[in-house]
Design a protein. Sequence first.
Lengths: 419, 968, 69
Amino acid sequence: MARGYSIFSILKHALRPKQPWPEAWAKPEPKSSYDAIVIGGGGHGLATAYYLAKNHGLKNIAVLEKGHIGSGNVGRNTTIIRSNYMLGANTAFFEKSLKMWEGLSHELDFNCMVSHRGQITVGISPTQMDSFARRGNIMRLNGIDAELLDRQELEKELPYLDYSKSARYPIWGALHQPRAGTVRHDAVAWGYARAASQLGVHIIENCEVTGILKADNTVTGVETTRGRILSDKVGIAVAGHTSHVAKMAGLRLPVESHVLQAFVTEPVKPMVHHVVSWGAELFYLSQSDKGGMVFGGHIDGFNTYTQRGQFFKAKEVMECAVALMPFMSRMRLLRAWGGLVDMTPDGSPFICTTPIDGLYLNGGWCYQGFKATPASGFTFAHTMAKNEAHHLSAGFALDRLMKGKELDEHGVGNWTYKQ
Amino acid sequence: MSFRRLTSGGRLDRDKSVKFRFNGKRLKGLSGDTLASALLANDRLLVGRSFKYHRPRGIVGAGVEEPNALFTIGKDGTEQVNVIGTCLELTENLRAKSQNAWPALSFDLRAVNQLFAPIFGAGFYYKTFMGPRLKSWMFYEPHIRHAAGLGKTGTQGTAARHNTRNAFSDVLIIGSGPAGLAAALALAGTGVSVTLAEQDFELGGSILSSQNENLLAWREATLATLNRAENLRLLTRATVQGLFDGNQAIIAIGGTMVESLRARTIIFATGAVERPLVFDDNDLPGVMLASALRTYANRFALLPSKRCIIATNNDSAYETAFDLVTLGATVMIADERNGIAGELLAKSASLGVVVFAGSSIAAVAGKRRIEAVMLGGPHHVRLSCDLLGMSGGWSPLVHLTSQVGSKPQFNPSVQAFVPGPLATGHYVAGACNGSFGTLAAINTGQAQASAVLAALGKKAINKTDVPPLEADRGLAILPSVSPSKSRFAFVDFQNDVTAKDIAQARDEGYTNIEHLKRYTTLGMGTDQGKTSNINALAMLANLRDVPISQVGTTTFRPPFTPLTVGAIVGRSLGQHFRPTRRSPLHDWHEQNGATMIDAGLWKRAWYYNWAGKTPHEAYLKEMELVRHNVGLSDVSTLGKIDVQGKDAAEFLNRVYVNGFAKLAVGRARYGVMLNDDGLVLDDGTTSRISETKFYMTTTTAQAGEVMSWLEYLLQCHWPDLDVHVTSLTDEWGGMALSGPNARQVLERAFPEEDLSDSALPYMAVKDIEYEKVPIRILRLSFSGELGYEIHCPANFTQGLWEHVLKMGASAGLKPYGLEALASLRIEKGHVAGLELDHRNSLDDLGLGKMASSKKSFVGDTLRMREDMMAPERWSLVGLELLEPGKKLRGGAILFAAKDEIKGHGRGYITSVTWSTDLQIYVALGLYQGGLAHENEEIIAAFPLKNEKVRLRIVSPHFIDREGTRLNA
Amino acid sequence: MSEFRYGGDATKKRPGPGAGGLKVWHEYVFTFDNPKGPHEEFWQHTLGCRQWFKLKRNTATNEILGGGA
Ligand SMILES: Cc1cc2nc3c(=O)[nH]c(=O)nc-3n(C[C@H](O)[C@H](O)[C@H](O)COP(=O)(O)OP(=O)(O)OC[C@H]3O[C@@H](n4cnc5c(N)ncnc54)[C@H](O)[C@@H]3O)c2cc1C
């Protein structure tokens, strides 16, 4: 366990201003070979390296990141964590992740500001309340917290929603997961990087992987902008660039890259105390600790590698915000941004071996991978170290579509751009 | 008094006094003032408290760059927070409050935070508040949240009526400074359509801050020409907030209009903002941007009343000094540089401006406002003063060019980032491109206008006038910003980020500019770092010992200035959030006691008050009516698709799992469609009207999807098929007449027709005419009773509905709603709604037998995937409640009697109803192994309500398994 | 609500009715080139003439490169 951050160390540095803080993570030159390479310095890549070092005793590990760590989705997402998954292969995995979040700041000695403020999903019809019930029941039967709120109970919790007659969609009730919440996203990347670095992991920034080396059907290393680096274990954890990197090894995947936008308003005094989502359209909002309303909706809906959203979609998301919470009309937008998400035909991810020996895949996270970060790193490290699936992520195999084992949590059908 | 208002000059209407309130106090300004200038005129230097340390803060700038002067405007739940006072036009009875001060602006207890500044540095929160237990953050967070946040937002939606509109233009000019005006002038009368957008309430940009008569006269003359030209649209109070793909500019106009403008070309003339200098306590009220002092003097007639010091590292601040002196102020300059141009020194001397060369600000003194400065360098003196203007050089506003993908490049000669290579159709002029002089701005504006004309295939015709001005001076500027180690040398005023924080972040390895930004929160305030970013970059470059170009900038994102969400949303509010679809019978339902319910975009009749006051009471009565007599229900929302063409039968054969090729004319057939993945997409009834013409119905929910899917298959993949599909969903309405007495009513309604069982047997269709209205009668049943659907064009649907009701009145015919409709189908075992959720196969729904083995159909390959054929898959069952008095609920999880009640169970309940026939609760559900377990007793668990009930698995067809009622 | 609806990669060849086994259909339905660069794709003018058409677009810039073949 990494150590060194506390109010005492802060006081010590305050009293001795001449003594600088140490680097949070080391910045070594790449070596010519490693026991394991993880491509992608996002949340999943860094967590994987950390658990490889911590749980599997690998000493010689590198994370290769084309820009700076956290420059991808881990630093762009709306930071929601929850475990309200109802399909067999999902439930336990995401609950494991939520459990890991609970102890993560301690584990990493880095305050990730894990806030279990609760997530409330507002339902707009009796049928939707039935499907919420199914989800909530499954959660409860799996030891996960969940409660159904009726309209009156909801109004007490969230007085600022539009309960009036003029609301386009009436409010029927909600599903509440009290332990769900938010996490400070950058802290996750930095915390894992620092902890991994303390275990000897090399975090190599500005190092883009440009090729994957193979002998027959076995991985031997990677080609990078900082030279060739050898390893017989290579894990891909590059989110929006999954297809692009997999193609370097000749793989064609069930993944398409889409842009997802997110928005933040000016900071105001506390007003929204939960993560609030809506059943009318995909929409979610929470208020950051700094005071800004952070919110988002669905993907723009066509493949792209530009991290720029379209205005029509931004407008749709704002419309949701105001329709559900009329006060949002007077909040002012500070910033809009986009991230590349790796959409799959059933909306669920892959943590698995691949047809190429020594090459492992972690991707297809769609817009839901942030919450998965700890469990994803934990199970992917297992897969990379042992060359087999971890039981928690066994459902995230690449051949599940071939076998008809789709994990379509939302029941949307086989389109990446609708998932 | 730090400022005094001059009795003449400025762009003010001295005859129009404007009353306003600041923190409850009544004050007066003039028409033409901004809130900021009016506050300064009233000697309100202290306007807010800072975010973290609650330090007293004053107005720093005079425009969009302002980091401190943020106010809450309005009252009683309609407060607008964080309004930039330097951009807000003063209006009568404006109510402004300062923010982030507790209990009061002049006495803020949280200012004690300053004492903890040594520990409060960069990354403080990441290193603390972790203990003592797991989840300790949950204890600290509410306190931290409470201290954060600027204003307290109103709780109600805005009352303002926002609108949106679309527009097109050949040219969009952004900014009306000398560059933008010159470009517009060159385009006036050329026939190309031009939109000029300016965020200020006056056109002129930096000219408005000038006292140069020639320049002001040129502006007047230019505006006169522009106002006459018919090809120009001049927009003031119009901020280009974002640029999107396809040259889509989003322009916020006057607070109530958002325009989406598609421009063929864009001239960026957004100008530049001045940078502050970083020194200890540089946030003391009275320390302002030098250019802001110039603006306040020339535009708002506010002159430093005693002595004003100007600190600079470049030439531009001299202009400010000269203007102030000309108006009568006392000014001294502290210039960090040694080699100051001779002519500047000479002019300073002649105007009585004392210049301290090689001098920077070592310290400032004063409690709530500046009283004196200590100079560092050779002249180690203390100078008393009441204002300090600072100029750290200029930052072009490259936000918009960056938004469209042009990476800013560092230009060392002006020590600034300018736009990098631009996309075709994009042009940049004036200070935005680092051409800081007025003449250069005018010249580049003109040149870019000519380039635009050339690009649009027009000849440049306007040789415009240029005002007689002195030649521009180059911007001689000292490059580096020396980082201070002290506690309160601010780089980012709004987020309280100091030079020391930046040094610390560097030590900790947050050396990438994005890391630095996020670790320290630099540039993340409402001003998005307009004044702070470049200083931070320069500091970081210094600390890392690399050129600034290597540090790069952070990404610029829309909006340019904070924009209300309500303005973007426009009128898509309340009921207009999404379109509402109404059946042709909608008005009738409303007038005849129906309670409506939303179903997707549709409003549907849920139940009628003839049957009861609550939905529960009513739907049971309505069900009984259908089971024992006859009822009429609106089914207009069903998808209705006309399928025509030589190959129509072949087409349907391909999209449905069952055969349609041999369907006889005049007959209908229930069909199921799969997706390519082999899962069920939709079901419905399709009838054959002629050899080449079919009439398809779909579920209400999937109507749009199915239509698009059919078009996709035909147009993209099977263009060789001679088939056309046309949606009739909106064009035709329909009603279902169901119940044992249905035929009797139908025969009375259409007495001329033979509607006997032999003429119109189950699953037959007949087109008739009644009073010249084409009517299609389909004998089918969703309810399980003898039933007919009667379809006709939408504009006749209400008439027909009323006619049928009238003819049925004596038999007791009444309308029934959606709830009863859904319940009847559950009793009959028809799948719908939650059973058709894209996760189920044909076999799962008990429909496997329908799949034809004689032909190929969509989804036939992938439906055979290993897991989808597994016998333990969950499939459709009927369920009967075995415990009278208890309730069955949708979403309950099913377990075998012997199972431990945990995990995912063996299935779940999809739909529940009280069966009026059986007098028990019945349900449809999916259960592992399905009907292989018929008659087994199982358990439904609903832990959300701590309920557990016993059920029996039965056939999903609770009533009339043999179909005698249908065929009656 | 947007005027156009996206319909995915237009270069994939749909196996004819009755043709192609599990592998071919799996490939067709579930896997993608997902290129960074020119991409030929289907769009439908949903709130207009309802025509499906092909479009070439650069997914790295969203620049429209023209109609598809
Ligand atoms: C706007 C938005 C909102 C979201 N909201 C949520 C949310 O609320 N909750 C939630 O659970 N999830 C959310 N997500 C999804 C979540 O952010 C992602 O699923 C998750 O972060 C992806 O994993 P990652 O952190 O490893 O990815 P990333 O952070 O994207 O990491 C991938 C890294 O790989 C690097 N890389 C790419 N190619 C190469 C190469 N060739 N060589 C070397 N390095 C390379 C990239 O630079 C990047 O740093 C959201 C996503 C977005 C975009």
